[in-house]
Design a protein around this ligand. Structure first.
Ligand SMILES: Cc1ncc(COP(=O)(O)O)c(C=O)c1O
Ligand SMILES: Nc1c(O)cccc1C(=O)C[C@H](N)C(=O)O
Length: 422
């Protein structure tokens, strides 16, 4: 680290760049997950803080994909649906994701995109709610949600005749009543990184007689989720963010075992049929999570995700959470120490219990700021209008990366307000 800046000592610690660098080095040395970085193919010239959009490439993936393409497809051909286990891969890979989100086996299938699965489970959840109690025609949706969830909720409401009620997660408890059928929420807000209290909100919805559908895109693989323990009804999650399945990797769908056989999903294709190879003209839904499948599984990307999951063997999710919180907290402390006062507004809560695994902040000209950082080898995201977003994937991000990014961002913010380094 090159320069020394005036020290603003908030907690009695050395907050010069040199002091922060010493803290980062000590934290990386003590990190029990540090060895996992070797299982990723990372460009050492880059600081990659975008694993919440596209996870890094696990070293297990290229050789496995080569084998799938050359042997299973090339030599095995059609026989691989049976002999290489392709047909059951959606359930098998689902069972590998299950422990990462606190689910017992048999409740997750992998396939299609998160968007498709949001639609599938929103319609299925609304139908199940109304089937149980015809008054339950309202769909409560996080009004700040990632747009695709909002668009698809609207479409699901049009299709089912449900009434869409946008609602901020902080107001959910007051909005629940005996008309609420389904609640669609995000575990971690894609923009601010705020973590919502999944057990408490699920219990509130359940207590009011409503079903829950959680979007885990920004939490699966970043923190413990505890779906079964919280008695969540339905959930979806992304395969290409913290699970590192690769661009366009399929998403996953969770349906609690209590609910599965009551689900009437809208995309009832042949792969969700009780006897797909019977080729019956009439539809009969399969038992279990299999009824959430639709068509032929996307084997190449599904098996890429499968291989990417190898990295989780023996990983303790509590340790992942501890590291994620320490990384995000350290990044914010570095910004507090190095960036000009008032040059940014933190959007992510500082309280550990309310933060996912990213840090988002608002500043002037955020798009240009993130473009400058990218030219310097620090990759994060810009989200409109003026949000800079930095994702901290705990399996491969180091404390030194957090400092390098905070230092580069602070330098950029300092230049924009016309202050040089001291
Ligand atoms: C919270 C959330 N839900 C859904 C999606 C949509 O995922 P996909 O484009 O893979 O359908 C994303 C990201 O793209 C997301 O962040
Ligand atoms: N899915 C993406 C894509 O295909 C291109 C660029 C970004 C994405 C994303 O995943 C966006 C992401 N869900 C977000 O939280 O903003």
């Amino acid at each position: 680290m090159r320069h020394v800046v005036p020290q603003r000592v908030a907690d009695g610690r050395d907050t010069s760049v040199a002091g922060l660098a010493a803290r980062a080095a000590a934290a990386d040395t003590a990190d029990p997950l540090a060895h996992l970085r070797d299982q990723f193919d990372l460009d050492e010239e880059l600081v990659y803080l975008d694993g919440n959009s596209l996870g890094a490439l696990p070293t297990s993936v290229p050789s496995r994909l080569r084998e799938v393409v050359e042997q299973e497809w090339g030599r095995g051909l059609i026989r691989s649906w049976r002999d290489a286990g392709w047909w059951d891969a959606p359930e098998r890979v689902g069972d590998r994701i299950a422990p990462l989100v606190g689910a017992a086996p048999g409740q997750i299938v992998v396939g299609d995109s998160t968007s498709i699965n949001v639609f599938r489970l929103t319609v299925a959840g609304l139908r199940a709610a109304v089937g149980r109690d015809p008054r339950r025609t309202e769909l409560l949706v996080d009004g700040t949600t990632f747009p695709t969830d909002g668009y698809l909720a609207e479409s699901a409401a049009r299709l089912t005749g449900a009434t869409l009620v946008p609602c901020h997660p902080s107001e959910l408890v007051d909005r629940l009543d005996d008309r609420t059928g389904l609640v669609l929420l995000n575990h971690v807000d894609y923009r601010t990184g705020e973590l919502w209290d999944l057990p408490a909100l699920t219990a509130a919805a359940r207590g009011a007689g409503a079903l829950t559908l959680w979007d885990l895109s920004h939490s699966a693989g970043a923190l413990p989720v505890g779906l079964d323990r919280a008695e969540v009804d339905l959930a979806v999650g992304c395969g290409y963010k913290y699970l590192n399945g690769g661009p366009g990797a399929p998403a996953f769908c969770y349906a609690s075992s209590d609910l599965q056989d009551r689900l009437d999903q809208p995309l009832a294709g042949w792969c969700s049929h009780a006897d797909p190879f019977g080729m019956e003209p009439e539809y009969r839904a399969a038992k279990g999570a299999t009824r959430l499948r639709t068509g032929t599984p996307e084997i190449l990307s599904l098996l890429s995700l499968d291989a990417a999951l190898d990295v989780w063997a023996d990983v303790d999710l509590a340790e992942v959470r501890r590291k994620s919180l320490a990384l995000t907290d350290f990044f914010v402390s570095c910004l507090d120490a190095l960036a000009p006062p008032g040059s940014f507004r933190l959007l992510t809560p500082r309280e550990d219990g309310r933060r996912g695994s990213q840090v988002a902040l608002e500043c002037d000209d955020a798009r240009a700021v993130m473009a400058t950082l990218e030219r310097q080898g620090v990759i994060g995201d810009h989200r409109p209008p003026n949000v800079c977003r930095f994702g901290f994937a705990p399996l491969y991000t180091r404390f030194v990366d957090a400092l390098t990014a905070a230092d580069a961002l602070s330098t950029c913010l300092r230049a924009r307000v016309g202050i040089g380094r001291a």
